[in-house]
Design a protein around this ligand. Structure first.
Ligand code: KG4
Ligand code: ZN
Length: 337
């Protein structure tokens, strides 16, 4: 069964075709980074306008190579939230029109469920139950997953998401957007022990809190003397700040995941969302898995950040459950899993 997935939740216009929820036939992502980077973050109005310009081209590209094109597709799965409302509206309206014109079923997928299912697009697949850590630009949450639709949130961020903290620290350092990949690279050349930033462990809770860590970087930079040393973004100090910030972030994400493994007694973990592209996090998570005899599943980099293959994969299960959406589907900026 072929499912066409569509995701326009943020600043990437994405479409993909996936067979039986696991095999990627095509996976097309049109990035808007060049449009937003000069503003140091996503401008929602520009994002939705660009989605309108790109959606037809991206969907066409994803369908290329299928014999009859859309006629081969059993259903269209669209991300209907959470995300930027104007951006979501473009994908949802487009998907509804496609389904109406071709008389094919529509499937409504939560973006976070999509990230969770990105781990099923490559071999080996995790068996149930598993612990799922989703760390992206908009969310950071830990779930216990007992089956499709059976998710129990163990904890979530009380303020900034992990990726948001990366983006804000990058901005504080005068670096570009998105900050995650930039800090990741810079950190690899710095000393992670150079600055002792706080590690917000929030004992007795699976919740996260990263805004204090970001503010600690801000206070550190306030000293004019230190600011002057930062003049070149490649300075030793900038590298040390990046490495020290990242060490805190990774320590917290790993420690919470370890607690979840212990408390739930589950030795399988999936890591997904844009921050799971982070080289240090991927390395440390695998090391932790080896130490704790726990299987760790992390998708390839292109499946960590936003894509529509993950939406089609989750959509497949909605199809099997006959959980179809109607023409009345409305996007939702806030949509808990
Ligand atoms: O999942 P995603 O593509 O979009 C959302 O659903 O938010 O995640 C984007 C986030 C951004 O904040 C970006 O800075 C972060 O993922 N990110 C990274 C890396 N690559 C992307 N963070 C840390 N290290 C990376 N290599
Ligand atoms: Zn995402």
């Amino acid at each position: 069964m072929l499912i066409l997935g569509i995701d326009t939740s943020c600043d990437d216009t994405a479409a993909a075709v996936v067979e039986n929820g696991v095999k990627i036939i095509s996976n097309v992502v049109s990035s808007q980074t060049d449009i937003h980077k000069k503003y140091g973050g996503i401008v929602p109005e520009l994002a939705s306008r660009r989605h309108i310009e790109m959606i037809l081209l991206v969907v066409d590209e994803a369908l290329k190579g299928l014999g009859a094109g859309l006629e081969d597709v059993s259903a269209v799965a669209v991300c209907y939230g959470p995300g930027l409302i104007g951006s979501l509206l473009v994908g949802c309206s487009f998907a509804k029109a496609l389904c109406f014109s071709k008389n094919i079923p529509l499937l409504a997928v939560n973006h976070l469920e999509g990230h969770m299912f990105s781990c099923f697009l490559e071999e080996p697949h995790p068996e149930l139950p598993f612990i799922s850590l989703i760390a992206s630009g908009g969310h950071t949450s830990l779930y216990r997953v007992d089956g499709f639709g059976k998710y129990r949130e163990l904890g979530r961020t009380r303020d900034d998401a992990a990726g948001e903290a990366y983006d804000k620290v990058s901005k504080l350092l005068g670096l570009g957007y998105p900050g995650g990949p930039i800090i990741d690279k810079l950190a690899s050349e710095g000393n992670p022990k150079a600055i002792d930033f706080p590690r917000p462990y929030l004992p007795e809770s699976f919740d996260f809190s990263f805004s204090g860590l970001k503010t600690a970087v801000l206070h550190f930079l306030k000293s004019e003397e230190k600011n002057s040393k930062l003049q070149t973004t490649n300075s030793k100090l900038a590298k040390d700040i990046a490495a020290s910030f990242q060490a805190c972030m990774v320590d917290v994400l790993i420690r919470k995941t370890e607690w979840a493994i212990k408390k739930e007694g589950i030795r399988r973990v999936t890591l997904s969302g844009g921050v799971s592209a982070n080289s240090e996090l991927r390395k440390r998570m695998k090391e932790m898995g080896d130490e704790r005899e726990t299987e760790i599943f992390i998708p390839s980099i292109n499946l960590c950040t936003d894509n529509a293959a993950m939406i089609a994969s989750a959509g497949y299960h909605h199809f099997l459950n006959k959980d179809f959406a109607g023409a009345g589907l409305n996007p939702k900026a806030y949509l808990p899993l």
